[in-house]
Design a protein. Sequence first.
Length: 376
Amino acid sequence: MASVKLTNVKKVYDNNVVAVHDFNLDIKDKEFIVFVGPSGCGKSTTLRMIAGLEEISGGTVEIDGEVVNDLQPKDRNIAMVFQNYALYPHLTVFENMAFPLRLKRPKMSEDEIYNRVTNAAEILGITEYLMRKPKALSGGQRQRVAIGRAMVRDSKVFLMDEPLSNLDAKLRNQMRAEIILLRKKIDTTYIYVTHDQTEAMTLGDRIVIMKDGYIQQVDTPQGVFDWPSNLFVAGFIGAPQMNFFDAELKKEGNKYYVITDHGKFEVTGDKGKKLAEKNIGDRKVTLGVRPEHMTLVHEKREDTIECTMEVNEMMGSELHLHLSTETGKKIIVRVPTISLDDEFRKHLTYGETLYVTFEGKAMHFFDPETTNNILV
Ligand code: ADP
């Protein structure tokens, strides 16, 4: 069992920088939690406070119900993997992995150390490198050793601080899949820090999105994608970024419409239902629509935005069309290449006119003043 609970946790550095304000979170046993947000938002500081590598300025951190604020890192029963691997260059892979075990008191037997290291090496597929020094390994192999060194300790909580950010894109994807598999093999509690929203979405049971030392939203990947709590989360999760428009919400009979400078669109699906449930009246909103929820149509209609083609980014299976609306607003539309007929293909060059629409269930509505999602 290893739950982690943070209550009113705060970090003020010596230079009076408040890195983390009033952080509250209950992490369940065996949960995979990801802290995500732009650089400087306080992710690492929070992780380091859980690890005991950074003093806690206020609030409490509990592991399995025990307040650990004043416990040394070695007494917290956690394992941590760092971005820069932190391997000892003069030791072999075997000795790097055995290192934390050799520090244990009472002393661990050589047989036990051998078993634990070779077992971890097998899980990670690095058995054949055990006698090598770190400099004779690739970045991905070094990262596996760093994970192995954390694994051998039977820790209650596994902390990972940007473990993949030093790897090239291909290796990063591969290691991401390996971490998902690792999780199946070592069923413990994970807290993982990244600035990469794709890593957060693919790895996390729940994601904690942070900005400027404050939590913005805690939810499942699907939850933050479908119901982002505010404009920041909406823009941060999903790539390319969600498109935003100034708009008016209008109720006509029992239907809701959203009117922008460019067109009038009916709100449907869960979004329409939620508006009715909350009995929301006519009001100004910031409308958000994800690029992949926009489609091209052949002719101008009431529910289309007339756009001028600017840049066509060919991604193979899909296109990212950078368009400019009649009012000069820049939007991005993501279309599957396979969905395009010859007529559309003729219009995919600079300066051509395209008509874009989107379904009412794909809309998100934010308060232009507070930036909060009006339906969450
Ligand atoms: P993240 O991991 O999200 O990139 P950090 O937790 O590293 O962010 O940093 C959060 C804030 O605290 C930043 O403004 C950063 O400059 C500041 N900070 C981090 N470490 C220190 C330190 N040792 N002393 C002073 N300020 C720090």
